[in-house]
Design a protein around this ligand. Sequence first.
Ligand SMILES: [Mg+2]
Length: 209
Amino acid sequence: MFKYLLFDLDNTLYSSRYGLEDNVRRRIREFSSGFLGISPDEAWRQRMALAGKYGTNLEWLMGEKGFTGVESYFAAVHPPNEADSLPADPELRAFLAGLPVPKAILTNSPGEHAELILSRLGIRDLFTHIFDIRQSGYKGKPRPEVFNRALNILGVKARSVLFIDDNPSYVEGFIALGGSGLLLDENGAHGDYPGARIRELKELARHIP
Ligand SMILES: [Mg+2]
């Protein structure tokens, strides 16, 4: 039996069809473009060329481009109206509430973004902790220290936690620490992923003993 379920937030607890994360990615490209004085496409090309070294665009800007304006970045990437299209999800709420395991969030976004999304969905109270990017010194998944920090605070070992994320490299990062991982592959985009995969969150139930 798992002692904790650790959830990613974006495109995991809500569907990618709402376009929220597409808009976040667009604003990330625009911000990088403005900071670097190059086109958004070129900024993204440069960032993705180092995707193996940096799990997030912010880490790439800080590590490679001398960027320090973290709060201006968060403000630009996560405007206050970013989740206006996201409806409450009472079905999700009932499903999560019925899972007999404590739950926490591990996101590469800032905490206010997580609070906003969880409040919109109507599920904020179902999670004991939100681990965000500020708390980990602007380091993100899939860094081991980011997972380990969350595990230490939760007081559990990786082997007794199930981690669910829509990003294959993040799931693999957690499995490498000895944990169990599930890839949420809503659109069937990761057919080559070798590990356990679900198409929608409700399938999670059959992975919990
Ligand atoms: Mg995600």
